[in-house]
Structure formats: structure tokens, C-alpha cells
Design a protein around this ligand. Structure first.
Ligand SMILES: C[S@@+](CC[C@H](N)C(=O)[O-])C[C@H]1O[C@@H](n2cnc3c(N)ncnc32)[C@H](O)[C@@H]1O
Length: 428
């Protein structure tokens, strides 16, 4: 198990951040970046360490076969060659998941069935017993990926995807995946500043004024305190044959020992607020479970009225309300509702932009509020609305493409400078 080919899939746009993270966790510099993931040659111990420490990967897969195929029987032959018996026993349940890009095969289900048959037949020949399939809660997940010409087979070491850190019980309406929140933080560079700060008091403030269930603040606080994201969950590798509990316990102990203790009397370094008090409650409970409650100040409040939570300038980082489902509430929401009611009374259609939103003032007012009160801060907003800078009348200094599930987004950076006096204010 000292030389495994590992593949860590991630959301598109995250590859470079993931490569840097993998290098930091393993010390291995020879990495290959491909669209949607990072590969490396590493040990079993590295695989465990990556599961424990990666914030950006979706899972950690060990590649067991790679080569050309043309038809279903080639998939069977390939899967029959893999020594599955060194990974698990026929008493364990399995699930085969197959993905494809440009594969000429007609049915992915049939192709997956061929792979499953080969695995089971191999166990019957070698051990006299076949594993059974459990599509809901398998002990062992096998992944296959087909391109036009090649098949790759992997065994999964992770289990539930890595964005499930084990602390979330309270979700809210549209929580970010923890992996995406971590990618946003990595894109801002705040994570490196937090890790490199000599003391927690020197970590620059990070604030999410639309924090929902607290995903961004909680990820940020765990980064600052060096709390391993996988310390509170189980992994698929615990059921695989190479698993040695003492090795895993050793890695967990090492991670615990490397955490930064919270100094007595230290003021919070991360800030979250939301107009919905129910969300703030969720965020509080999540922060408790994630062991970062002391590091985060969470409170209710309208982003259009929230003053800087710290006298030092820092980073604003948020995925703001967007669209009908997660509409802006608070002052802007009331105004929009009043305008809509007024328009309805007057028998008029309210002005809508081409995306179908009421052209409400939320973003324009947010930008004005930030210009007045947040000079020196940098604001990073994740949004699928590519016209957001125009709506805010701000010019972005960076735009980072990121995917929120299937939705293509941009993380826009705005450098907030103090608003100069308007002509009327100077008497000109
Ligand atoms: C897309 S969600 C953010 C989800 C959050 N990142 C999470 O992971 O749970 C947008 C949030 O903005 C909040 N919101 C809407 N209008 C607001 C306002 N005027 N001020 C502050 N928060 C607001 C909503 O309550 C919602 O929780």
C-alpha cells in the first residue's frame, strides 16, 4: 500500500486550489491536474491523511485499473483482473458507479452491471462466495469512468462525500456545500493569511453578512484554528482490509495536537450575520458542533445596515440572496414588496430585468452601504449573475469561475475604497 495512484475529484474551477492543498497535506509536489481533479502517487497513509485534512476534494479514490476498452466484454475482463480481494471480503456489500464522457457504449447501466459481475465472479472463483449489492448503503463503493477509449476503475476510500464534515444538522434553505465555501475562502487567499498569522489576534477579520446556516464562517474558523475537517466523521476506508485502527488513531491524534488553542479573552475573528434569526440559530448550533463557537460572532441583522464588525479592515465573503427562492429580505425586501404592492394597486407590471427579477435595489444599496462604511475591505461575492458588478455599479478587480453544483458562478472581488464627497456635499 506504499504506492497508490490516488485521484481526488473536485468541482470545476477548484483544481489549482486543490493541487496546492494536496501538496500542503502530503508534501508531494509531483501532482497532475486534470479538469475536475488532481492525481498523485502516494501511500495508503497519505490517502487517510487526505481524507482527514482536505477541504476541497469531493473524495479520495485509489485507481486500480486503467486502459483501453471497446465493448462491454472489455470492461468485464478489466474488472476481473483487479485483485479486489486485497481490499474487501465477499461478506461486504458493494455498489458500482459508472460515469462516462463520449463513451460509445449504449447503456451505462449495462456497462456497470458487467463490471459488477466481473467483481462478483472473481470473488466466487477465489473465495467461493460473491459479495452482494447494496445501492443505498454499500460497505464498498467502486467507481468506473469511461472516456471515448479508456476505462479507469477506482475503489473509494471516502464513503459519504467529503463536503459532509459531520457537524451540520441544521441546513437552512440553500446552504453552500462546505467544499465550495472552502474553495471561496481559498480563492480570497484568506486561508493562507490565517495559517501564517503568528497569533489568532493577527488573523484578518472575515465577515459573511448573509451567512445563512454559517457555512463560510464555520469553514473559515476551522481553518484559522487548524481543525481538521474530517475529524468528526467516518470514512469508507475504515471498512477496507488495509485499514489499521492504530494508524488512523495516530493521524487523528496528530491532527488534534496541531490545533490552535483558543486564547482566553481573545475576541472573535470571524463574523456572520443574517436577516433571518432562524438562520442565525442554525449557524450557532452548527458552529457549536464544529467546535468553533468561540471564534465566531454570529448575530441577526440586515446586511444593508450591518456596520463593520471589526475596526481592522478585512474580507467580506458571501453568497448573497439570489432569485425568487432566496430573495433579499430586510429593508430592500420590504421596499421591493411595497413597490410590487403599489404597482399591483396601480394595475402596472413591475419593472423586471431580463432574468425575471424585480430590479430591486438590494445590490445597489449594498454597494453604497459598503462604500460608506467598509473602506479598505475587500468584498467577494459568489453569484450566478454575471451582471452583478453592473447591478452594484462596482468594477470587479477579480472574477474567479466556480461551480455551485451544476450552476456556473463567478466569485467577484471588489476593492472597497472610501466614497469621495459628492458635488452636493462639497457645496460645488
Ligand atoms: C444564499 S443564502 C446563503 C447561504 C449560506 N451561505 C449558507 O451556507 O447557509 C442567502 C442568505 O441571505 C439572507 N438574507 C436575505 N436578505 C438579507 C439581508 N437583507 N441581510 C442579511 N441577510 C439576508 C437569507 O436569509 C439567506 O440565509
Amino acid at each position: 500500500m506504499n504506492s497508490l495512484q490516488l485521484f481526488l475529484p473536485c468541482a470545476a474551477g477548484v483544481e489549482d486550489f486543490l493541487a496546492a492543498e494536496v501538496q500542503r497535506i502530503t508534501g508531494i509536489a509531483a501532482l497532475r491536474r486534470s479538469r475536475g481533479g488532481v492525481s498523485l502517487e502516494a501511500s495508503w497513509r497519505d490517502a487517510l491523511r487526505l481524507n482527514l485534512h482536505s477541504r476541497l476534494a469531493q473524495r479520495v479514490l485509489a485507481r486500480l485499473w486503467h486502459g483501453p476498452y471497446r465493448a462491454e466484454q472489455d470492461l468485464y475482463a478489466a474488472a476481473a483482473e483487479v485483485a479486489w480481494e486485497i481490499w474487501f471480503t465477499p461478506r461486504q456489500t458493494i455498489k458500482v458507479e459508472l460515469t462516462a464522457q463520449h463513451s460509445p457504449l449504449k447503456s451505462l447501466n449495462f456497462a456497470a452491471l458487467k463490471i459488477k459481475d466481473a467483481v462478483c465472479d472473481r470473488f466466487r472463483d477465489k473465495r467461493g462466495e460473491r459479495p452482494s449489492v447494496d445501492t443505498q448503503r454499500p460497505d464498498v463503493r467502486l467507481f468506473g469512468h469511461l472516456t471515448a477509449e479508456t476505462l479507469t476503475l477506482y475503489i473509494d476510500t471516502t464513503g459519504e462525500p467529503l463536503f459532509k464534515r459531520g457537524w451540520r444538522e441544521d441546513k437552512g434553505d440553500a446552504p453552500l456545500k462546505e467544499t465550495l465555501a472552502a474553495a471561496m475562502i481559498a480563492a480570497t487567499g484568506w486561508d493562507a493569511q490565517a495559517r501564517e498569522a503568528a497569533t489568532l489576534a493577527e488573523v484578518p477579520p472575515l465577515a459573511d453578512p448573509c451567512c445563512g446556516s454559517g457555512t463560510v464562517p464555520i469553514e473559515a474558523a476551522q481553518i484559522a484554528l487548524n481543525i481538521a475537517p474530517g475529524g468528526q466523521r467516518r470514512f469508507a476506508f475504515e471498512k477496507l482490509l488495509p485499514f489499521q485502527p492504530h494508524v488512523w488513531q495516530g493521524l487523528r491524534d496528530e491532527a488534534r495536537a496541531a490545533e490552535r488553542p483558543w486564547p482566553a479573552g481573545q475576541a472573535p475573528i470571524v463574523f456572520g450575520s443574517d436577516v433571518a434569526f432562524r438562520m442565525v440559530d442554525f449557524a450557532r448550533r452548527n458552529a457549536e458542533r464544529a467546535r468553533v463557537a468561540q471564534a465566531i460572532e454570529l448575530r441577526g441583522g440586515d446586511a444593508l445596515q450591518r456596520l463593520p464588525p471589526s475596526p481592522r479592515a478585512g474580507v467580506l465573503l458571501l453568497n448573497p440572496p439570489y432569485g425568487e427562492r432566496i430573495a433579499a429580505a430586510g429593508v430592500a425586501g420590504r421596499n421591493a414588496a411595497e413597490r410590487a404592492a403599489g404597482a399591483a394597486r396601480a394595475g402596472r407590471e413591475q419593472a423586471r430585468d431580463e432574468d425575471g427579477h424585480t430590479a430591486d435595489a438590494f445590490f445597489e444599496r449594498l454597494a453604497a452601504h459598503w462604500k460608506s462604511h467598509y473602506a479598505g475591505w475587500s468584498a467577494w461575492l459568489l453569484t450566478p449573475d454575471l451582471k452583478l458588478p453592473g447591478r452594484m455599479r462596482l468594477k470587479e478587480s477579480r472574477r474567479v469561475p466556480l461551480w455551485n453544483g451544476p450552476i456556473e458562478c463567478r466569485l467577484f472581488r471588489f476593492d472597497l475604497t472610501a466614497r469621495g464627497p459628492r458635488p452636493a456635499e462639497t457645496g460645488a
